[in-house]
Design a protein around this ligand. Structure first.
Ligand SMILES: O=C(O)CCC(=O)C(=O)O
Length: 280
């Protein structure tokens, strides 16, 4: 079995390393509110949860996703290259000015219908939300815009790697997109329905966006010079594993030479009322 978490700079003297920039690997049964609290407070940057969704549920969901009739789409090729396939509307594909294009709402109604039709008896999204809610000891609910609930639970297929990038809804949309204001903390949740035999490692770098980084931007990604010399976490995931991490840190995914790397994914935010909200 591949080592799940590695630190390429483990040999660096400890006084040159940030002790809060760490990842943990736990079993699904061990997941508690305390683990989520550590992520939210930033004393842990990434949490790998082994066997979060049972393998038989992943395989059942994957059989549906692999069906030629399942409506996988892809991210806008002009923005996302190498290409990444996806199912379900994601906010950064619908940006118009400071808000969302109006077709977002029709598209999420369709995506919800498709999800119910295909996944009603093999639903890794519902399973994941229940498991996270149980650990958090509170409901997770969709983020809202003018009282309307956003879509949460995209499927993403990253086979050719993902460029070094970050995700931060505050920087993309400012304070006022969500009814309850910009989240205090943003976490990315991914759970894998299919993993490639090799490659596809996730890298998280100890660097958050700085205005000077703009000069190194290309498409949605950034040149490696933005993370040169930074502390780094490298993770390998297996079928059914989940990863929760702070995506405001730059991160990237290695290409995989063969096989499909497919995750159910959404963002979680802690809002100013202390609620965990979700969106994709
Ligand atoms: O697939 C991964 O490992 C990370 C995907 C990603 O870029 C994200 O969740 O923001």
């Amino acid at each position: 079995m591949a080592t799940p978490i590695t630190d390429p700079q483990a040999s660096k003297p400890s006084d040159l390393r940030d002790p809060l920039f760490v990842a943990r690997s736990i079993t699904a049964a061990a997941l508690s509110r305390g683990h989520i609290a550590e992520l939210v407070s930033g004393t842990v940057v990434a949490l790998q949860i082994k066997d979060f969704v049972p393998a038989d549920l992943c395989r059942a969901a994957m059989a549906r996703i692999a069906d030629p009739g399942f409506p996988m789409d892809r991210y806008d090729r002009a923005r996302v290259d190498p290409p990444i396939a996806r199912f379900g509307p994601v906010l950064n594909e619908y940006k118009e000015g400071g808000g969302l294009r109006s077709d977002y709402w029709d598209d999420i109604a369709l995506a919800r219908h498709v999800w119910r039709t295909w996944m009603h008896d093999a639903d890794p999204l519902g399973f994941s939300i229940s498991r996270l809610s149980a650990a958090w000891q509170g409901r997770l609910r969709p983020a809202r815009i003018s009282g309307r609930e956003l879509f949460a639970g995209a499927i993403r297929e990253i086979n050719n790697g993902a460029l070094i990038h970050f995700d931060d809804v505050r920087r993309e949309y400012g304070h006022d997109l969500f009814d309850e204001g910009a989240p205090v903390v943003q976490l990315a949740f991914n759970v894998w329905m299919s993993v490639p035999p090799e490659g596809g490692r996730t890298h998280i770098y100890r660097h958050q966006w700085d205005p000077a980084d703009s000069a190194s931007r290309s498409g949605y990604g950034y040149h490696r010079n933005v993370i040169d010399g930074e502390q780094e976490i490298v993770l390998s995931v297996e079928l059914g594993d989940a990863l929760l991490f702070d995506p405001r840190y730059f991160h990237s995914v290695d290409p995989s030479p063969q096989g499909r790397r497919i995750a159910v994914t959404f963002f979680l935010g802690l809002n100013s009322r202390g609620e965990l909200i979700m969106w994709s």
